[in-house]
Design a binder for this molecule. Sequence first.
Ligand SMILES: Nc1ncnc2c1ncn2[C@@H]1O[C@H](COP(=O)(O)OP(=O)(O)OP(=O)(O)O)[C@@H](O)[C@H]1O
Length: 253
Amino acid sequence: MSTVLRIDNLVKRFGGVLATDKACLDVSEGDIHALIGPNGAGKTTLIHQLSGALVPTSGHIFFQGENVTGSSIDKRARQGLVRSYQITSIFKPFSVHQNLTIAIQGRTRETLGMWRRASYVQTRLEEAEQLAIRVGLGSKLGQSAAMLSHGEQRQLEVGLALAMRPKMLLLDEPMAGMGHEESGQLVELLLGLKRSVTILLVEHDMDAVFKVADRISTLVFGRVIATGTPDEIRRHPEVRKAYLGDEFEEVAA
Ligand SMILES: Nc1ncnc2c1ncn2[C@@H]1O[C@H](COP(=O)(O)OP(=O)(O)OP(=O)(O)O)[C@@H](O)[C@H]1O
């Protein structure tokens, strides 16, 4: 499988704090690649650098072979590297359908005003409906986003990101604050996206990670200490020592 994203010796310093320490990582096309590690390991800092929100101190990021290290968030998103933002990107008073339609407009940079042909508007509305179905919100089309549960709002955020038709999605702790049932729904959603979009997933919910991930990388003190299949990571002595703990193998197997 071809490499969609390559992180090459990435370094990010915040004053005296080395948040990313010569991190190297390859993400293969179509994979759900999880990034795990203890609190403060530098996972979010890495995602920020990949989305373009933070400029690395040194090193390179290649997306589909192109050096995007200095590219803006907008440019990366147009190239297909999209981060799903949490809650803030949702227009709470608007319905699920309206939110998704607006996100599609954001991609096309066109308005749905009166001068548009009805068939064009209809196409956008139908695309929004299909997106809602894809993220498990087909029955909530007319519901205002404010009335959705926490888990459903997260599903909508994934839908908003998918409206950009990304090649690769960056998800930062999508299961945070979710109960068992809600995270189960998001797991199903992610499994449904598998192969159609490459996903880099930062997540602390190890049940979810080990259910969805094709590959897992472990970050400790800003460094990628191991990358492998879920089985390889589950048994990796350094990963168990730094993060998973010895009891994990029995729980997750
Ligand atoms: N803007 C900043 N200024 C200074 N230090 C920062 C900044 N952002 C992050 N850090 C530091 O960088 C390190 C990595 O933080 P980061 O939030 O990326 O870790 P994380 O793995 O995402 O943690 P968590 O799992 O708790 O979310 C930490 O020591 C943190 O305090």
